[in-house]
Design a protein around this ligand. Structure first.
Ligand code: CA
Ligand code: CA
Length: 439
């Protein structure tokens, strides 16, 4: 461990100030400028890919480093950046950070940085001090075999652009993001940012993990890429808050050519759907001490209340409360026998189900999680859809007629909330024994 002399802070400050004053008084504004080698080939083949720029600043100044081509066009590598006195070195691989917008296939593409094409350039290191005095040093540098081709993202598309990540199973549950990458990239990033951010608001970035599902080429390889974004709801997370977003695609190659493209995305009614059976209670009519005696050919009935306890509307479908099932039926056979098409299982729909322990079809008896009057009807793609809104309660009731004797070993019956093709959100609710008697 090194031990520093423990001098009082004010004396230290005086010493430092004194040293800086003397340094400022004698040092030239700009000195020791060196750019070597004078010929580079910025193509990431590890041979002469970069030149080494060194300079010394004698007093506080803004520093620019730029290159001028044969046509007199100036390209900045550093543009008026504040520097305190000292020695500086930086590598330059032919890249200039001079953002420009180009139009490719009718769409805007921002070229954030790029490698200059082959040619002879005049380099200049320039320093301007606080009183406006300027010092500059220039020389020549040649670029050959420069890799100036850009990793362009063509046809960057986001479909749909209004996104409802709420797992209701409709087409707006996920966004497909697609692009054609023209050149192998070192790094491709796709992310969302809130649109219209004010300067005092934090710069929030929601990265979209590269999870290509229909892509035949590797991440970063030239070719067509498509990925699927479900707002994180598929991972059990809440999606970004509802609002307007800009969705960016950014590609950078090994030499430092970097392009950014963008599109827009609106998030509406995003969130993880959650519902529960109120109080975890199902009222089985006529049950005593969790036991029910039902004669063969007779029915048993229940009522329950489902509550939307999540942030988003929950989609449901019939059969509607009040529907009676025969034991020999299920929601599929009802649908086939004059029911509605929507009574078959549908991804994203929530239904209340009744199950028993020897079942062949899981939860064969299913009902909507509310009466039509408990729900909001919406016309989506020309079809009515029914939603239980956040905070709302739906009444569910129905009967099952024992038209045949349940299989041997059937003892327990229970209710559940099913989020179809996703999960059984609540299972084994209010389990009872149903004893079947012979009349
Ligand atoms: Ca090279
Ligand atoms: Ca949706």
């Amino acid at each position: 461990m090194r031990v520093f002399p423990r001098w009082p802070i004010p004396i230290l400050k005086l010493l430092v100030a004194g040293w800086m004053l003397s340094a400022c008084a004698f040092a030239p504004l700009l000195a020791d400028v060196k750019v070597a080698p004078a010929v580079i080939s910025p193509n990431a083949d590890r041979t002469d890919d970069v030149t080494h720029i060194a300079y010394r600043i004698g007093r506080p100044a803004t520093v620019s480093i730029y290159f001028v081509d044969a046509q007199g066009q100036r390209y900045y590598f550093r543009n008026a950046q504040r520097r305190s006195p000292g020695r500086y070195t930086v590598y330059w691989g032919g890249v200039i950070n001079d953002p420009q917008v180009r139009v490719v296939g009718g769409k805007a593409m921002l070229v954030e940085s790029r490698v200059l094409p082959d040619g002879v350039y005049t380099w200049t290191v320039e320093a301007v001090d606080d009183s406006g005095r300027t010092a500059q040093v220039s020389g020549q540098i040649t670029l050959k075999d420069a890799d100036a081709s850009l990793p362009e993202l063509h046809n960057f598309t986001v479909v749909p652009q209004v996104f409802r990540p709420n797992q209701d199973g409709l087409r707006d549950d996920w966004v497909s993001i697609a692009y054609y990458l023209t050149k192998k990239a070192e790094r491709v990033q796709v992310y969302l940012k809130p649109a219209g951010r004010k300067p005092n608001e934090p710069d929030i970035k929601y990265p979209i993990a590269e999870k290509p599902y229909a892509t035949v080429v590797e991440a970063g390889a030239a070719g067509y890429h498509e990925y699927r974004y479900e707002g994180g709801v598929d991972q059990g997370a809440e999606p970004p808050p509802d609002g307007e977003y800009v969705i960016y695609g950014e590609a950078e190659d090994r030499v430092g050519n970097r392009v950014v493209v963008s599109s827009t995305l609106t998030i509406v009614e995003g969130g993880k759907p959650r519902a529960e059976v109120a109080g975890g209670e199902i009222a089985w009519r006529g049950a005593m001490n969790r036991e029910l005696s039902v004669a063969l050919g007779q029915s048993f009935c229940f009522t329950a209340t489902v509550v939307n306890i999540g942030p988003v509307p929950i989609r449901t479908a019939g059969p509607w409360p009040g529907q009676s099932f025969k034991f020999s039926e299920n929601y599929n056979t009802l649908a086939a026998r004059g029911g509605e098409e929507s009574w078959y299982q549908q991804a994203g729909v929530w239904r209340f189900g009744v199950n028993f322990d020897t079942t062949g079809v899981d939860f064969p008896f299913r009902w909507a999680i509310g009466r039509k009057e408990d729900l909001e009807e919406r016309l989506i793609d020309g079809r009515p859809q029914y939603y239980l809104l956040p905070g709302r309660r739906g009444q569910v009731f129905g009967c099952i007629t024992l038209d045949q004797k349940p299989p041997v070993g059937t003892t327990f019956w229970w209710g559940g909330l099913i989020h179809e093709f996703v999960e059984v959100a609540n299972n084994y609710i209010e389990r009872i024994v149903v004893a079947v008697g012979v009349p």
